[in-house]
Design a protein around this ligand. Structure first.
Ligand code: NAD
Length: 295
């Protein structure tokens, strides 16, 4: 069983070491450290957790991090003032506006105000457009993490049939673009499935690599997986469990206990895709500092 697991935690630690070495070299050369900022509006607990994990990860690799915590009732004008300030501040290399935003704020229009050169979440239409065109761009963190996870686990994608379940703008759609494009980490044939897909199990059973980003706990069952397939589980769900020490367990979008018996490789939840997401944000911040994307 152990050899089947794709150890996202270990891969993330390795990438962090690489980033830390590059950051140390920058600081040793007498330059300022790369700087990532986050804007957090309101008190969404999952967003709080994500932002504090980001701060911790930054500290670990020597990237400066700052967080702008704004009250739930922040107006669009107030938020745009902060974004304009961050867009101009030459000591901030990249920043994110943590989603979801409170309902009175329109995330699409807020994101469009971020300077694409500092959009390390890769959500600005300029970056998504550049990604579509195969140009250098900041890649959204989770899809970036997934392609890195596959690559560093020695899983070939070229010529493989990848089936992605879920077409969100932050996971399903961009990962399907990245895996199908002409590049060493792509070159797969991709089928993108969603809530209107007919005969989903028939399609998922054809997958050499199955990526589940549905948002429904344990949605993918063992009979939906081809024996020997690689299964990447993007889902994260906190499920109440009185027998668990913390009173809950973390589950993914796939029925891990059954699928692990059929798959050749599988990501656990937690410890699979999740750790790579934050690391991708650190990689994008370092790239922003080094002006590697927009030269
Ligand atoms: P989303 O809700 O935006 O999208 C879900 C997608 O699943 C939709 O495109 C929908 O068409 C599809 N879908 C829903 N029901 C379906 C069905 N019955 N059959 C086929 N397709 C169906 O979700 P998201 O933001 O893409 O996130 C997906 C999951 O990944 C969530 O559990 C989320 O918490 C998790 N997530 C994890 C990370 C990470 O770092 N590991 C990052 C982002 C999201």
């Amino acid at each position: 069983m152990q050899e089947k697991l794709i150890d996202g935690k270990a891969i993330a630690e390795q990438i962090k070491k690489e980033i830390a070495a590059e950051t140390a070299a920058i600081i040793d050369a007498g330059k300022r450290a790369p700087h990532l900022a986050a804007v957090l509006v309101g008190n969404d607990p999952a967003s709080e957790t994500y932002v504090s994990s980001k701060e911790k990860a930054c500290r670990k690799v020597g990237i400066t991090s700052s967080t702008y915590r704004l009250p739930e009732k922040t107006s669009e004008k107030e938020l745009l003032n902060i974004i304009n300030f961050l867009n101009k501040d030459e000591e901030i290399d990249g920043f994110i506006v943590q989603l979801p935003l409170p309902a009175h704020l329109n995330a699409d229009s807020i994101i469009e105000h971020i300077n694409p050169h500092k959009d390390v979440d890769g959500f600005h239409p300029v970056n998504t457009g550049r990604m579509m065109a195969g140009l250098p761009s900041y890649l959204p963190a989770t899809p970036f993490g997934i392609i890195e996870l596959l690559h560093r686990s020695g899983i070939q994608t070229a010529g493989k049939h990848v089936v992605v379940i879920g077409r969100s703008n932050i996971v399903g759609t961009p990962v399907s673009v990245l895996l199908s494009r002409k590049s060493p980490k792509g070159n797969a044939t991709v089928t993108l499935c969603h809530s209107q897909t007919v005969n989903l199990p028939e399609l998922t059973r054809q997958a050499d690599i199955l990526i589940a980003a549905i948002g429904v706990p344990s949605f993918v069952k063992a009979d939906m997986v081809k024996p020997g397939a690689v299964v990447i589980d993007v889902g994260i769900h906190r499920i109440t469990d009185e027998n668990a020490e913390k009173g809950y367990v973390i589950k993914g979008d796939v029925d891990f206990d059954e699928i692990v018996k059929v798959a050749s490789r599988i990501t656990p939840v937690p410890g699979g895709v999740g750790p790579l997401t934050i690391v991708s944000l650190l990689s994008n911040t370092l790239a922003a500092y080094q002006k590697k994307i927009y030269q």
